[in-house]
Design a protein around this ligand. Structure first.
Ligand code: F6P
Length: 535
């Protein structure tokens, strides 16, 4: 079988001694040639060691692995999630009225709009106070969910904080009782609406927290079930839980949990910002869908971002990817992307069931700047292994009265990618030490600590302002990036079998921890930990 990656590996090997700065020296127009626009966003990937030949080879890889065909299959409602026998149609959740997206012969778009209209009606009534709790208009909403039923809406709610004009929205995900205790503390059960968000309505963390919330409410509210809404694909289960079908917002199994933010799972976001801002968020995603569908690969932001990611992980061998938003309200973006990218592309078996034969997706992590600079950037600059960094930054903040702080933020963001690129040579470090009066061996020793190797790759996604529209574009960009990476790697990005074993073992361990079953068959370490933790 031909090794599709070989041309890239060869190009990488041939360029081992080349610095990224050399590429800038050789091509004064590099910043233009190695950046791409989508709407008003700009992705700069010039600060990577990708040159024209490797870019062409990467695009060739996308072509030869069938990215365009798979993209058509996804948008066409084919069951591309073939280990679960499901279509992958989160794009239908943001399709405009009148678009036809069929799966199994039926158009799903009318149903999407019907449910969104119901959500909007519900949201308007809650926000207007015409739909209220026992104690009057709802002041607080508690969304109980985990994974895709939490990370997306929690990330978006925080990101859109300047647009909040509804009830306060809180999120509970962890089965650790500390989480729900902290969130419910100080809330009035009589004016609190609970949303149980679970695609399957079986997830143990969510159902346990829902029971706890119901009990909390039941201590004060005569009919706590009347202050519960649900978001799920499992209508029978929500009914069995006693939630009024009027307050249940369903979706279909062709929406994956980590891709579900755009539909009913976004209910809490819509409650916070209102249906109009939520529509703008969907419009932004749709804008990115159109770009992804229509832009040639050479100018296609999700395709290029995916190719940069593959170059760094699969070709350069960098095992992690740092996501560094210089935008405090994107605090939860790295956590959201951890699920999106690692649950999607953390697989070791290809679609056809054979071994992948190449590494799966990277470890994704990060924190907003400038906080990260005072924590882990030391390693990014001077550690022994390069970490590709993905910066995000807005031209404009939401605090015009603090524009001087925004300027500082932007200058820090640009300074970091510049420092990673340029580094600081031994000669420059010596000069610094000489100015301080150091001499001889001591000057040399001190200078070495002040050298920055540079030549460390980064990308920067720059956008006008973190509006609902732009947030939609950004999230859809990452979704499509994950798709492209998955297609090229040959894996199914839409299942998540790797989470099952832990769930099964946790269930089996419950009676062991309760003392109702012994530790026979457990490994020595687990048995000893059970003994310790039982006290
Ligand atoms: O355990 C993983 C997972 O299945 C995720 O894929 C999903 O987002 C999360 O659990 C929550 O699932 P649910 O929405 O069905 O409660």
């Amino acid at each position: 079988m031909t090794d599709l990656w070989k041309p890239l590996k060869d190009l990488h090997a041939a360029a081992q001694d080349r610095a990224i700065m050399d590429l800038f020296a050789a091509d004064p127009a590099r910043a233009k040639g190695f950046s791409v626009s989508a709407g008003e966003m700009l992705l700069d990937y010039a600060k990577t060691n990708i040159d024209a030949a490797s870019k062409a080879a990467l695009i060739g890889l996308a072509r030869s692995t069938g990215v365009a065909e798979k993209r058509a299959a996804m948008f066409g409602g084919e069951k591309i999630n073939d280990t679960e026998g499901r279509a992958v149609l989160h794009v239908a959740l943001r399709a405009p009225k009148g678009t036809v997206i069929k799966t199994e012969g039926s158009d799903v778009v009318p149903q999407v709009h019907e449910i969104r209209a119901r959500m909007a009606e519900f949201v308007r009534s809650v926000r207007a106070g015409t739909l209220c709790g026992q104690g009057g208009a709802y002041t607080d909403v508690v969304n109980i969910g985990i994974g895709g039923s939490d990370l997306g809406p929690a990330m978006a709610t925080l990101a859109l904080a300047p647009y909040h004009d509804g009830p306060r929205v809180h999120y509970v995900s962890n089965v650790d009782g500390a989480h729900i205790t902290q969130v419910l503390k100080g809330l009035n059960p009589e004016t609190t609406l609970v949303i149980v968000a679970s695609k399957t309505f079986t997830t143990i963390e969510t159902m346990t927290n829902a029971d706890t919330a119901k009990a909390w409410m039941g201590r004060v509210v005569a009919n706590p079930g009347a202050q519960f809404a649900a978001v799920s694909t499992a209508a029978a289960k929500t009914a069995a839980y006693g939630i009024d079908p009027e307050w249940v917002f369903g979706f279909e199994d062709w929406v994956g949990g980590r891709y579900s933010l755009w539909g009913p799972i976004g209910l809490a976001v819509m409650l916070a910002v209102g249906p109009e801002a939520f529509d703008a968020f969907l419009a932004g995603a749709r804008d990115m869908d159109e770009h992804f569908l229509n832009a040639p690969f050479e100018d296609n932001m999700p395709v290029l971002l995916a190719l940069v990611g593959l170059w760094h992980n699969q070709i350069c061998g960098y095992t992690t990817r740092a996501v560094l938003p210089y935008d405090q309200r994107l605090l939860r973006l790295p956590a959201y992307l951890q699920q999106l990218e690692m649950e999607s592309n953390g697989k070791r078996v290809a679609m056809d069931g054979t071994d992948l034969g190449i590494h799966s997706g990277p470890v994704v992590w990060g924190e907003p700047g400038t906080n990260g600079q005072h924590a882990f950037y030391q390693l990014i600059h001077q550690g022994t292994r390069p970490v590709p960094c993905e910066f995000l930054v807005a031209r404009e903040g939401h605090e015009p009265e603090l524009s001087h702080q925004h300027l500082l933020l932007v200058s820090n963001c640009l300074a970091q990618s510049e420092a990673l690129l340029r580094g600081r040579s031994r000669a420059e470090a010596r000069g610094i030490m000489a100015k301080k009066g150091a001499e001889g061996a001591e000057l040399e020793r001190q200078a070495r600590h002040r050298v920055f190797p540079g030549n460390r790759p980064s990308t920067t996604l720059a956008y006008p302002k973190l509006t609902p529209f732009v947030l939609g574009q950004i999230i859809a960009l990452y979704e499509h990036r994950v798709f492209v990476e998955g297609v090229i790697l040959g894996i199914n990005s839409y299942d998540q079998w790797g989470v099952e074993l832990g769930k099964e073992l946790a269930l089996a361990l419950q009676p062991v921890l309760e003392g109702k079953a012994g530790t026979d068959g457990k490994d020595g370490s687990t048995a000893a930990l059970v003994a310790f933790l039982r006290g």
